[in-house]
Each structure stands twice: as C-alpha cells, then as structure tokens.
Ligand binder design. Structure first.
Ligand code: CAP
Ligand code: MG
Length: 434
C-alpha cells in the first residue's frame, strides 16, 4: 500500500495520533476504502489538488495502517489522525467528531461504515475537563461509597402531563419508597403545564422533606435541555435555587454544550446525561457509531452519569447488552486523571430484570425504572420499594423469588411482571408476563 494516506503499523506513534477503528463494507477493496476515509477526513478530496503542499501532506495526512479482512470487501480498518489536525482547545469535540465521524458516513465508496472506537492519547485528554463529580463524587453525595450498591433511579411518568405539584407528589412517593434519583423525562423541559421553575421548587421542597424524615439525599435531575440561551439560564437558575443535579439531552444539545456546562466553575451540580437520539446511529451494528465512542466523549466533556444501555429491558437489540458492557468499561476504566462516570441502565426495567442487569453490568450502576415503578399494582411508593428490594436481594445473594416471600412489594411486582428474566428477543408479552 503506497501513498500518503497509508502507513505501516510501525510508522504510527499512538501518543501523537487519535486512532479510530472502523467496520467497513465496500464493493471495492478495503485498502481503497481506508484511503477514501483518510483522504476525505484529513487533507484530501476525490481528486488530486494543486493547493496541497508536501509539507501539509507530511504533517497532516490521516493514515490507514491496519486492515483486518473478514470477507471480500468487509473488514476492520484502523486509521490514525495526527493530533495536529485538530483544534482541541477551541474546536473541541465538534471538531474531533467532524473528522473521525463526519463526511465519511456519506461516501459512496462505502456501503456501510461504523466507527467502533476512538483512542485518544494523553496529550488530547489534557484539553478536556472530565466530570467534576463522576461516579465517586455522586456516591459521596448519596452516602453509598461504602456499600457500593447500585443506585436506584426513577423517571417521572407519565413522561409529560403532570403539573408541578403532581410531579412533586410522585417524586416524594418514589423517594420515600427508596429511590436515590428522580429524573425528568427527556421530553419534559418547561411546557406550559409544568414550568421548570415551579417544578424545581415544588420537587426540591419534597426532597428536603425526605431528607428531614429519612436522612437520605435523593437527587432530582432537572432537564434543562433547550435553546442555548434558555438552557444556560435554566442551569444558573438550577444552581441558585436549590437543585442538586441537572439533566441534559447531550446528543440533541451537543457535546460542546455539555462541556461548557461542566467546565463552568459556577456549575456545582452533577450532570445526568440522557442520550435520546443515539439509536439513530448506534442501533444498526453495521453502520453508524458504537455507543462506546459517545461514552468516551461524554467522559471527556464532563458528564457525571450517562445512559449507556441495559442488559435486560425494552430498548435495543440483543447485541446491545455487549455494547452496554463495552460502553461501561470505557466509563469506568482508569483514564489519565479523568474521573469515572456513573453508568445508567434504563428502559423497560422492573424488579424481575434487576439481577440480570447487575450480573452483567456490575454494581457501579444506576438502575432506572419508570414504568417498572409507577406501574406497580400498589403505586409509586410500593414500586420504588419493590425495586430497592430487588437490588437488596442481589446484594445479599438471595434469589428474588425467595426474597419476595418476606417482601410483599417485591412479590406483587413479580406477580405482575414475571418471576424469571426472559431474553430480549422474546416477545414483549412473554417478557412482561402479561
Ligand atoms: C425509561 C425512559 C428512558 C429510556 C432511555 C423512557 O422509561 O425514561 O428515557 O430508558 O433509554 O423514556 O423510555 P421506562 P436509554 O423505565 O418506563 O421504560 O437509557 O437506552 O437511552
Ligand atoms: Mg425517558
């Protein structure tokens, strides 16, 4: 493989390149596909141009350097992007993404292309703030550093429609029932039926009451996603008016917005990151972007908690379990001085599915349930208690069925949704036992 967009493995210094792995399907050769990505995303275009100099070519050409052929025209390609290509300070994550995950998705030379991973050298990490709190900071605030049990979260349901007082009432019931986190749903911001300011004040009044009554800190993640001027106003408002966590739809707002929020010294609250929209580019295993890349970038940008998938739930294909596990590894592994991020498993979880999620994804996990709490036959409080009992049962290594004999809330939940975990590929009817 000759040419400025190719290199041998020995020619690539991992300390001075962002190294990306792509899955590629092409009608041509893998080598040509790798060259097409490297040229489009660094200093080339579809034809030779007279404006490029040999100096530019030497310093800034991205290089395809490893090919793992699976079948004809299908395989994995590694491409190294010189760090000097990027404006890390001012261009930040949008600039990185525009090269490693930009125009390449539309190239006609590629039938399918999926960015599987991006590895960043230490020199890149130092340009990003990382989480202020992260996993350990959130555990510290919640008082769970010693027990290391999974946190329990709930999403207020219905997603939208309740007014601030009703929202606060549901939040109170969930908190007394045993959740550590209450969050807005991704579609609720400040609609006329539930203005953000009033909602924050009513919910936090109840959280203060819960603190008085039980001594427990329960987070309320207020969704501040919206137009930029409003979003930053909401963030200031949250900090100044007693919020203890904020939430952002990170992919619709953009990771640069997350970074700006996280690195602002006045932002004294952990940031809960929702990933709504991700499945538009993560769900197809042959095309798009692996969730692990979003996990890495969220960690760089400063998210404290991130939705990263379930091992059993309503979202995703069966393969998503592996993807969730791989994403969580990225959130939890040592990575320079950047703090670890609390992974969040969410979507269709109810007590029956708790053991499977903990078994596969571990105890450093926020387990969220919306329907799986508010859909309990005895209501929200009992639903939260049943989910907590399911977590406690796993922590005590007692099978759910046995634990339920002495825990009536759990028993009622299992009676409703089933005693055994059923694989994701089974029908919803079988899964929920209804
Ligand atoms: C869950 C949820 C979450 C999804 C997001 C929902 O509610 O509130 O947004 O979990 O998915 O709206 O579906 P339920 P992910 O517990 O009632 O299903 O974490 O995979 O991004
Ligand atoms: Mg939701």
């Amino acid at each position: 493989m000759e040419g400025i967009f190719f290199s041998d493995v020995s020619g690539i210094d991992p300390e001075s390149h962002i190294i990306c792995t792509y899955y590629v399907e092409t009608d041509g050769s893998l080598e040509r596909a790798g060259e097409a990505i490297a040229e489009e995303e660094s200093i080339g275009t579809w034809t030779d141009i007279g404006t490029v100099t040999t100096d530019i070519q030497r310093r800034l050409a991205a290089k395809a350097f490893q090919f793992e052929k699976k079948r004809k025209g299908i395989g994995l390609i590694k491409i190294a992007f010189p760090v000097d290509l990027f404006d890390l300070e001012r261009g930040g994550i949008p600039n990185i993404m525009s090269m490693i995950a930009g125009n390449l998705f539309g190239l006609s030379a590629l039938k399918n292309v999926r960015l599987l991973d991006a590895e960043f050298p230490k020199s890149v990490l130092s340009h990003f703030p990382g989480p202020k709190f992260g996993l350990e900071g959130v555990r510290e605030l919640a008082g769970t550093k010693k027990t290391r049990r999974p946190h329990l979260g709930t999403i207020i349901k219905p997603k939208v429609g309740l007014n601030p007082s009703q929202t606060a009432e549901v939040a109170y019931e969930a908190a007394v029932g045993g959740v550590d986190l209450i969050k807005d749903d991704e579609t609720l911001v400040s609609q006329s039926f539930c203005p953000l300011e009033e909602r924050l004040s009513k919910v936090m009044e109840k959280m203060d009451l819960v603190k008085e009554e039980t001594g427990r800190t329960v987070f309320y993640a207020l969704n501040i996603t919206g137009n930029l001027n409003r979003l930053f106003e909401f963030a200031d408002y949250a900090v100044e008016n007693g919020a203890n966590m904020i939430m952002l739809d990170i992919l619709l707002s953009g990771l640069a917005v997350l970074q700006q929020l996280a690195e602002d010294p006045s932002m004294r609250l952990p940031i809960h990151c929702h990933r709504t929209f991700h499945a538009a580019f993560t769900k197809n295993p042959l095309h798009g972007v692996h969730m692990r890349v979003i996990a890495r970038l969220t960690r760089l940008a400063g998210g404290d908690q991130l939705h990263s998938g379930t091992a059993a739930g309503k979202m995703g294909l069966p393969e998503e379990t592996a993807e969730a596990k791989e994403s969580n590894e990225v959130l939890l592994q040592k990575w320079g001085n950047i703090k670890t991020v609390f992974p969040v498993a969410s979507g269709g979880i109810h007590p029956t599915l708790v053991p499977k999620n903990i078994e596969i994804l571990g105890k450093d996990l926020v387990i969220n349930a919306g329907g799986g709490i508010h859909g309990h036959p005895d209501g929200t409080r009992a639903g939260a208690t049943a989910m907590r009992q399911a977590i406690d049962a796993v922590m005590k290594k007692i099978p759910l069925e046995e634990y339920a004999e002495t825990h009536p809330e759990l028993k009622k939940a299992l009676d409703r949704w089933g005693y055994r975990y059923a694989e994701k590929s089974e029908s919803l009817e079988q899964r929920y036992g209804e």
